[in-house]
Design a protein around this ligand. Structure first.
Ligand SMILES: NC(=O)c1ccc[n+]([C@@H]2O[C@H](COP(=O)([O-])OP(=O)(O)OC[C@H]3O[C@@H](n4cnc5c(N)ncnc54)[C@H](O)[C@@H]3O)[C@@H](O)[C@H]2O)c1
Length: 330
């Protein structure tokens, strides 16, 4: 409506289509260390103050600015410090790389003595882009150790702006015989580890008065039961993660700290390959049981992770983003 009026008032008005790639590069990146304004006058502004969307179009109509592809800048994690737990390989390492490609420096928390062979290649790759990928061997179910490491990283990096909590284990036991030690272990790692990593990071966000975003990797197994799989411990822990995200989102929202979940469907990773090895034909069953007739590919979580950690999802709070190929739609 308003744009039409601008056209009417100024007959010589010609919208400039500045679609050179340099337009994106020239656009100032909002400071990652500015507290995101939640006030109503923040309409059409990225954290850091850059005007976007309809507000930018209005400024353009008044000849005050060039047209730019700011939507891509909304996904930028330039200069942000993030943590990815469970990033020694698998989905976590893919996510870690995607955050680095978006401009972040990533600290990986994983209990593996050393990361997998791809890790070094990813480290070199993101270093060529100007990002750092740092490995820390740590058990995320050790709250004290996680807090101490987050304190150290916060001090060195001037805060922590985001986290993806992906560390988890998967074990199979019949529900009637599930040993208590095994149940306690899976809850301690898959639910406790996510809580402690999120707490450790949130404490730094508060300490350095920074806006932040935490994405917990839950699973569709937190909302449905995988047919024929005896995973009551895993499924219960993933349900706990879904509720943990909602609870933390409610508590941390006033501090401009966002907490959400990503729930992957079936992906082929070390975790699921171990299940396939025990269950011949299961991979094909999962593939045919999906509307898309296939498993997810590692890189298919990249977009969801970067979106949730960036300003592009600035009003997404307490949500669960399902990336499952529609497996649980029927
Ligand atoms: N692969 C799938 O189909 C699938 C589906 C839904 C959800 N998920 C979830 O995605 C995440 C990544 O899984 P993946 O498939 O890449 O599995 P993966 O086994 O390749 O990765 C899990 C990582 O977590 C680490 N880890 C385990 N316990 C830890 C602990 N106590 N402290 C620190 N690190 C620990 C492991 O060393 C490993 O590197 C998990 O949360 C998993 O539950 C996977």
């Amino acid at each position: 409506m308003i744009l039409t009026r601008a056209f009417r008032n100024n007959r010589s008005f010609k919208p400039t289509r500045t679609f050179k790639s340099s337009a994106v590069l020239k656009t100032p990146i909002p400071s990652p260390f500015t507290h995101a304004p939640s006030a109503p006058n923040a309409k059409g502004r990225l954290p850091g103050g850059r005007v976007i969307g309809n507000e930018a179009a209005l400024q353009h109509a008044q000849g005050k600015r060039e047209a730019t592809r700011d939507i891509f800048n909304e996904f930028s994690l330039e200069g942000k410090c993030t943590v990815v737990s469970g990033g020694a390989g698998g989905l976590g390492l893919e996510i870690a790389q995607s955050l680095c490609e978006a401009g972040a420096n990533v600290h990986v928390f994983d209990m593996a003595a050393s990361p997998n062979t791809t890790f070094k290649a990813v480290q070199d790759y993101v270093s060529a882009l100007g990002s750092r990928l740092i490995y820390h061997q740590i058990d995320v179910s050790d709250q004290k150790a996680v807090f101490a490491l987050c304190d150290k990283i916060g001090e060195e990096e001037g805060g922590i702006n985001g986290a993806v909590c992906a560390a988890a284990i998967l074990e199979t036991y019949d529900c009637s015989d599930y040993p208590s030690e095994a149940f306690e272990r899976i809850m301690r790692i898959n639910a406790g580890g996510v809580l402690y990593t999120s707490q450790g990071v949130a404490r730094q966000m508060k300490k350095y008065k920074q806006t932040g975003s935490i994405a917990m990797i839950a699973s569709m197994s937190g909302s449905i039961t995988n047919r024929d799989q005896h995973w009551v411990g895993y499924n219960s822990a993933k349900s706990a993660v879904l509720q943990m995200a909602r609870s933390m989102a409610a508590e941390l929202g006033p501090d401009d700290i966002r907490v959400n979940c990503i729930s992957p469907g079936h992906f082929s990773t070390n975790m699921t390959e171990a299940v396939f090895a025990q269950n011949p034909g299961l991979k094909e069953k999962w593939e045919s049981g999906s509307p898309m007739q296939r498993l997810g590919i590692h890189h298919e979580l990249r977009g969801a992770a970067v979106w949730l950690l960036s300003s592009a999802s600035s009003f997404v709070q307490g949500s669960d983003v399902k990336v499952s190929g529609g497996y649980e739609t029927w």
